[in-house]
Design a protein around this ligand. Structure first.
Ligand SMILES: NC(=O)c1ccc[n+]([C@@H]2O[C@H](COP(=O)([O-])OP(=O)(O)OC[C@H]3O[C@@H](n4cnc5c(N)ncnc54)[C@H](O)[C@@H]3O)[C@@H](O)[C@H]2O)c1
Ligand SMILES: [Zn+2]
Length: 659
């Protein structure tokens, strides 16, 4: 590729990433990767000035203005910051300043990972807030900003002032909003920064208010003349009643800067909010005009970006997961290691090309980090520690269903194309965990989906191995400590469910809740049932040829027998205790029926309920136990919900009356 093509390609990659990050609040690459691309671009543009271009993303602030918000023209442009990634680059920054002046000292502040805001006050009263946008024009977010509790609506002094700061979301608020999104089936925010950006640019102010954003301020536009340093800027902000991060430090030279950065790198791991670096600013404001700015960023300040924490460990095994689209993802099983505060025991290897390009092998010692600070990823192999590990070989058959894998033209991924493959199919897992089967109520559809997508959950036995990945799961957005513990407790409890529920949960064709019981009355353990032949089964009253055939088929498959053995060794109950026949759960319950049922007339449904010992009444009251609701249910449903009466749908009714 020639240089111009390379430059054009980098510009396109960066522009696309900007759009995903700034406009959609949904980044598609890590910040680290983005910064690398940007550095590469700037390097090439400096080396080949003939290809330099005013429109290059290296010359512009990355944001845009969303429709739905009023545009706000900044009085003084809101700029970006240059960045450095190591002490050498930091030393060059300091050198450049010392070339123009020998009077500069520095102030360091934590770089809060949120989004920039400008705040305008008149006579000490809050008037307007706006985002940075493209630096010249931002979005007017005044109403949403008012919902931020730490934003002062009235200052301690009645002055006219414009200040700048960062709106961010604390870890706690982030977990809470993602938990809510998970429950509502909404896509999760990737990280607190994107959650903050998505929240402040919400058209519905009520939603913004609920999500609990926070603020730190760090600059005054055209500071009054009696303020002469950045340190004094922060002090004035505090005095006026603005929230200011307390961790600023002074530094006289590169040595003190390094010391400060090392302190921050430890400190940041203990903070209840995300930081992505340290901002280093010349402390003396009078030097700013003199040192100057570029088109995009001031030259008197820069950001030292923290490296994502990485650790060494070994790869015990490489396993393969089937995604919902059939995509095959290789995953490294790791010797557990602590990274950024949690124990990591598996990490994605993406695909065959990724593994081969880094020559990753089972048994290797590798470096692991958390991409985007969330998802563990193997970054490189420590070749000095390699002994005689065998080169990696991609599998050719689906690890779940055994069908031939296909690599599509021009793609790095392999796919299982078997439409019946249970690896793709999370319905089997959802059914197994559902109320009518094993009743693991905290393992609902959305949770199963997320755990499957994150490769923790593939087969039924995986449910009972989730506790091994507890700390990794707790790191997932939306999975707080308490929530994960609840899920694991419910899973543990389900091991004691009666065997008929488990048999029904396996999803064997034609084996509903009632058939499961009938089968187990004749063969009261899995060990006995799996020995039964077609001829044996067909002898059981109520078991027809279709059921008998399906059951025999199921238990003749090696894979299923292995799975059942695994469930046994994981401690599940595989014996049926028939004497525990309890009265039907409808016994003594007061029902109301509403809406249109598909499979029953009202009379049929009432008769069934009464046969099982329940009673049917006509209006919903506090005494009602269960509302059986068909489609188009109206006021009775509303009342039942208000009174907290249990609402049963037709599907559950069918299963329960089938028992
Ligand atoms: N992952 C992606 O796809 C992707 C895409 C675009 C941008 N990005 C990220 O955004 C960065 C570029 O965005 P940028 O131009 O806003 O630069 P930046 O976020 O690196 O730095 C500038 C910003 O820092 C913030 N800041 C926080 N604390 C501060 C403090 N104490 N003092 C001063 N400023 C402070 C301000 O909001 C300021 O606008 C990239 O380096 C990358 O990390 C990522
Ligand atoms: Zn398959």
């Amino acid at each position: 590729m020639n240089v111009l093509d390379k430059i054009l390609e980098l510009r396109k990659l960066i522009n696309d990433a900007n759009y995903q990050y700034h406009t959609l609040d949904k980044p598609t690459m890590s910040d680290f990767k983005y910064d690398q691309l940007m550095h590469e671009l700037i390097e090439l543009e400096t080396q080949y000035p003939e290809y330099d271009d005013e429109g290059s993303p290296s010359k512009k602030v990355g944001g845009v203005v969303l429709d739905g918000f009023n545009k706000f023209k900044h009085t003084v442009p809101m700029m970006s910051l240059g960045n450095v990634f190591n002490f050498d680059e930091l030393a060059s920054f300091v050198d450049r300043i010392e070339k123009v002046t020998d009077e500069a000292t520095f102030l360091t502040e934590l770089k809060i990972d949120g989004l920039a805001v400008t705040l305008i006050y008149e006579q000490g009263k809050f008037k307007k807030a706006a985002t940075r946008g493209n630096g010249q024009i931002g979005e007017d977010i005044t109403l949403n900003a008012k919902t931020i509790k730490s934003l002062p609506l009235e200052l301690k002094e009645p002055i006219d002032i414009e200040v700048r700061g960062e709106i961010y979301m604390s870890h706690q608020a982030f977990k809470k909003s993602n938990e809510e999104r998970l429950e509502k089936g909404l896509e999760l925010f990737a990280n607190p920064r994107n959650a903050a950006a998505g929240t402040i640019r919400q058209l519905d102010t009520k939603v913004t208010a609920k999500r609990d954003l926070s603020l730190f301020t760090y600059a005054i536009v055209n500071a009054p003349s009696y303020v002469s340093t950045q340190k004094e800027v922060l002090e004035l902000l505090k005095k006026l009643g603005f929230p200011v991060n307390p961790n600023d430090k002074q530094a006289r030279d590169i040595h003190e800067l390094k010391q400060n950065i090392e302190i921050y790198d430890d400190l940041r791991k203990t903070l209840p909010y995300d930081t992505d670096g340290v901002v280093i600013k010349v402390n003396e404001l009078r030097l700013y005009d003199f040192i100057g700015t570029t088109a995009k960023a001031p030259k008197y300040a820069t950001a030292y970006k923290f490296e994502a924490e990485k650790q060494q460990t070994t790869i015990n095994d490489i396993v393969f997961q089937v995604g919902r689209t059939g995509v095959i993802t290789p995953v490294a099983e790791l010797e557990p290691v602590f990274i950024s505060g949690s124990l990591v025991s598996r990490a994605t290897l993406h695909n065959e090309d990724y593994i081969k390009s880094k020559d990753i092998r089972v048994g290797d010692t590798v470096w692991v980090h958390k991409a985007g600070e969330i998802i563990p990823e193997v970054i490189s192999v420590d070749l000095d520690k390699r002994t005689h590990q065998q080169p990696f070989e991609m599998i050719s058959l689906c690890p779940v269903c055994g069908s031939l894998l296909v690599r599509k033209e021009g793609e790095a991924d392999y796919y299982c194309q078997n439409p019946e493959c249970s690896g793709k199919n999370i319905f089997a897992l959802i059914h197994f965990a559902s109320r009518v089967a094993m009743d693991i109520d905290t393992l609902g559809e959305k949770v199963v989906e997320t755990l499957h997508d994150q490769t923790f959950l593939q087969t039924i036995p995986d449910i009972y191995k989730l506790n091994q990945y507890k700390s990794s799961i707790m790191e997932l957005p939306g999975f707080g400590d308490k929530k994960v513990q609840k899920i694991l407790d419910a899973i543990e409890k389900s091991k004691q469910q009666p065997l008929d529920r488990l048999l029904f949960g396996l999803g064997i064709k034609h084996v509903g809740a009632k058939v499961a019981k009938t089968l187990l009355k004749a063969y009261p353990s899995i060990d006995q049932l799996k020995q039964a032949t077609y001829e044996d089964l067909i002898q059981i009253p109520d078991i027809g040829p279709e059921i008998a055939q399906s059951v025999e088929n199921y238990f003749s498959q090696h894979k299923q027998l292995e799975m059942l053995d695994e469930l046994k060794s994981l401690g599940l109950n595989l014996t049926y205790h028939q004497d525990e026949v309890k009265p039907h759960e409808f016994n003594g319950k007061i029902f109301v029926i509403t809406g249109t049922l598909q499979g029953y007339s009202r009379d049929q449904a009432s008769a069934l309920i009464e046969k099982l010992g329940g009673k049917v009444t006509s209006s919903v009251s506090a005494k009602t136990n269960i509302l059986l609701a068909g489609s188009d249910a109206g006021s009775k449903l509303k009342k039942a919900i208000e009174l907290g009466v249990y609402v049963m749908n037709e599907e559950e009714f069918k299963v329960k009356t089938d028992e």
